[in-house]
Ligand binder design. Sequence first.
Ligand SMILES: *[C@@H]1O[C@H](CO)[C@@H](O)[C@H](O)[C@H]1NC(C)=O
Ligand SMILES: *[C@@H]1O[C@H](CO)[C@@H](O)[C@H](O)[C@H]1NC(C)=O
Ligand SMILES: *[C@@H]1O[C@H](CO)[C@@H](O)[C@H](O)[C@H]1NC(C)=O
Ligand SMILES: *[C@@H]1O[C@H](CO)[C@@H](O)[C@H](O)[C@H]1NC(C)=O
Ligand SMILES: *[C@@H]1O[C@H](CO)[C@@H](O)[C@H](O)[C@H]1NC(C)=O
Ligand SMILES: *[C@@H]1O[C@H](CO)[C@@H](O)[C@H](O)[C@H]1NC(C)=O
Ligand SMILES: *[C@@H]1O[C@H](CO)[C@@H](O)[C@H](O)[C@H]1NC(C)=O
Ligand SMILES: *[C@@H]1O[C@H](CO)[C@@H](O)[C@H](O)[C@H]1NC(C)=O
Length: 532
Amino acid sequence: MLISFIAGINITLQEGCTEQTTLECLQNLFEQIENITVQELPVNTVMDILNMVFNTSEKILESLSSASPAELASYGNRVLQTSEKLISTLVKPTDTNDSVSFTLAALEVEVFMVGPHVTLKKIPRLETTNSSVDIDLIGIAKNNNLTRSAAVGFMSYVTMENLLKPDFFNTSNDTVKTMMSTVISVTLPKTTNTKLTKPVNFTFRHIREFDPNGSLSCVYWNISEWIVDGCSVLETNSSHTVCSCVHLSTFALIMQTSRAPESDSQLDLFNLVCVIVGLVFFSLALLTFALCQWSPGVNNVARINICISLLLAHLLFLLTQQFLNLIRPQQVLCAVISGLLHFLFLSGFVWMFIEAVLLFICVKNLSKISSKKREVLSSGFLCVIGYVVALVVVCVSVGLVPEGYGSEHCWIKTDKGFIWSFLGPVCIILALNVILFICIIICLNLSLTKLNADVSQLKTMACKTLGQFVVLGCPWILGVFTNNSKVLEVIFVILNSQQGTFIFLIYCVLNNEVRQQYRKLFRRLFCGHKKH
Ligand SMILES: *[C@@H]1O[C@H](CO)[C@@H](O)[C@H](O)[C@H]1NC(C)=O
Ligand SMILES: *[C@@H]1O[C@H](CO)[C@@H](O)[C@H](O)[C@H]1NC(C)=O
Ligand SMILES: *[C@@H]1O[C@H](CO)[C@@H](O)[C@H](O)[C@H]1NC(C)=O
Ligand SMILES: *[C@@H]1O[C@H](CO)[C@@H](O)[C@H](O)[C@H]1NC(C)=O
Ligand SMILES: *[C@@H]1O[C@H](CO)[C@@H](O)[C@H](O)[C@H]1NC(C)=O
Ligand SMILES: *[C@@H]1O[C@H](CO)[C@@H](O)[C@H](O)[C@H]1NC(C)=O
Ligand SMILES: *[C@@H]1O[C@H](CO)[C@@H](O)[C@H](O)[C@H]1NC(C)=O
Ligand SMILES: *[C@@H]1O[C@H](CO)[C@@H](O)[C@H](O)[C@H]1NC(C)=O
C-alpha cells in the first residue's frame, strides 16, 4: 500500500503485510519512518502514516501478548518516537501563532506554534477528549533568543496502555495498578531551548471508575518504566486529576489499589470441615424424616423440603467455592449457579414459612387437626407453593437485572443493592414468621385451660419450630454485618454451616419417638442375627 509521493517520501507496507501482519512488518515500518529526512510534511500524509502505524501495531498486539516486558516497552518506545518524529514535521515557521490538530482512531494530536511576534499573553489550553495541557509556551519562546519561537506537540494515545502497561510502575508496595488516563505525550519539537519556565500542568479525565480507597500517582515514562520523579498530583476529584510536572515526556495517571486480601486458609479449612459436618447431618435428618413417619398428626413435608433445599444449596455452594477457579471464567455457568443458589436458599425460607403456617393452622383448629388438614394442605399443593414462590422471585430478578448474577464468588452481586432480591424476600418471610409465632404463642396460652395432650405436644412443636426459625434465619441477618470482623465471620461460618446439625438435634435427637425408632433400627442391625 503506497502512502504518498509528496515531498519525495513513500512509506509502504512490506510485501505480504496486508494479508498477514507480523512483527517484521511493524519493524520495517518504523525503519522507513526513521529514514524520513524531510523536515515538513502535509497533515494528510502524517495522518495516513500514523494510521498505518497504529493499524499495524494493533494487528500484532495479540502476538505481543506473550512478549516479555522489555519487548513491550521497546515497541512502546518506538511507537512514541515514531509519532513524535511525525508530529514534529507538522511544525512550520510562523510569525505570530498557528496550530494544527487532528483526531485518528488511536491518537489525538494538537500542535501549537508561536513565533517572534506573538500577541498572546498565554497560549490556550491544549485539549483532547480525555486530557488537556497547560504549558507556558510564550515563556519558552522568549527563552529561545535566536528564533524567539517555539512549538508544542500534544498527543493523546487511546490504546497505548496495552504496550506501556501500568504494571511497569514499580513501587515498593505490592498493589494492583490501574491506568486511569489515556497515555499522553508532550514535546517541544523544533525548539532549541526546551527548558521549562513553569511546571506544565495536565488535567486527566479518569477513563475508569475511581476507587476512593486507591492512591493516584502522576507518572512519566522513562525508557522502560513509569516513574514519579518530578511529577505530582495537584488536585483530584472523582472524575478528574490535575498533575504537575517539571519536565516533558510521556505521562499517565496510575491508580494503586491494595490487592484483595489473601484468602484466609485457616478460616477456609474450618469452613470446609464445618460445611461437610453440616451436610452429613442434613442427610441424616432427611433420612430420618423420610423413613420414620412417627407423628401422623404432623405433616413432615415442609421439614423434608427445608432439608432438601438447604442441603442442595449448601452442597452446590461448597462445590462452587472449591472449584471457583474453574467455574469463574465461564461467566454464564457462574451466573446460572448464582441463580440456582438464589432459588435454593429462597425456597428453604419459603418452606420455613410454610412450616410455621402449618403449625399455626394446627394450633387454630386444635379440635379438628388430623381430619381437615390433610385435604386442604395436600403435599402437592404445598410443593407448588414452596418452590414456585422462590422461582417467581428468581425469574423476576433475572428479568429486571440479569447482570446482577455471577459475582466474584458466583453468588449474587452485592453492589448496587441487587442483593436485596435475596435479602428482601428473606426479611419479609422472617417478619411474617415472627408475626405467626406471636399468634401461635397467644393461641396456645388461650387454650391453656384445655390442658390436654394435644396442647403440650403442640407447645413442644412450636418451641422446636421457633428454634429452627432462629437457627435458619439468624446467620443471614448476621452475614450482612460481618464486614471484616473476624469474630463475626467465625460465628457466621459456624451458624450457617451447622443448620443441618441443629435440625438433626431438634427433630431427631430431642424426639422420643425418633430415638425409639433409632434404637429399634440399631437392634435390628446389630443384634438381629443373634435371635435367629
Ligand atoms: C534506512 O536507511 C538505511 C541506511 O540509511 C538503509 O540501510 C535501510 O535499508 C533503510 N531502511 C528502510 C526500511 O528503508
Ligand atoms: C486504519 O483503520 C481504520 C479503522 O480502524 C481505517 O479507517 C483506516 O483507513 C485504516 N488506515 C490504514 C492506513 O489502513
Ligand atoms: C501549573 O500549576 C502550578 C501550581 O498551581 C502553577 O504554579 C503553574 O504556573 C501552572 N503552570 C501553568 C503552565 O499554568
Ligand atoms: C521493582 O523494585 C524492587 C525494589 O523496590 C526491585 O527489587 C525489583 O527488581 C524491581 N522490579 C523491576 C521489574 O524493576
Ligand atoms: C506504601 O505502604 C505504606 C505503608 O504500608 C504507605 O505509608 C505508603 O503510602 C504506601 N505507598 C504508596 C505509594 O501507596
Ligand atoms: C475517553 O474516555 C472514555 C472513558 O471515560 C473512553 O470510552 C473513550 O474511548 C476515551 N476517548 C479517547 C479519545 O481517549
Ligand atoms: C530515567 O531515569 C534515570 C534514573 O532513574 C535517569 O538518570 C534519567 O535521566 C531518566 N531519563 C529521563 C529521560 O528522564
Ligand atoms: C473535577 O475537577 C475538574 C478539573 O479540575 C473540573 O472540571 C470538574 O468540574 C470537577 N468535577 C467535580 C464533580 O467536582
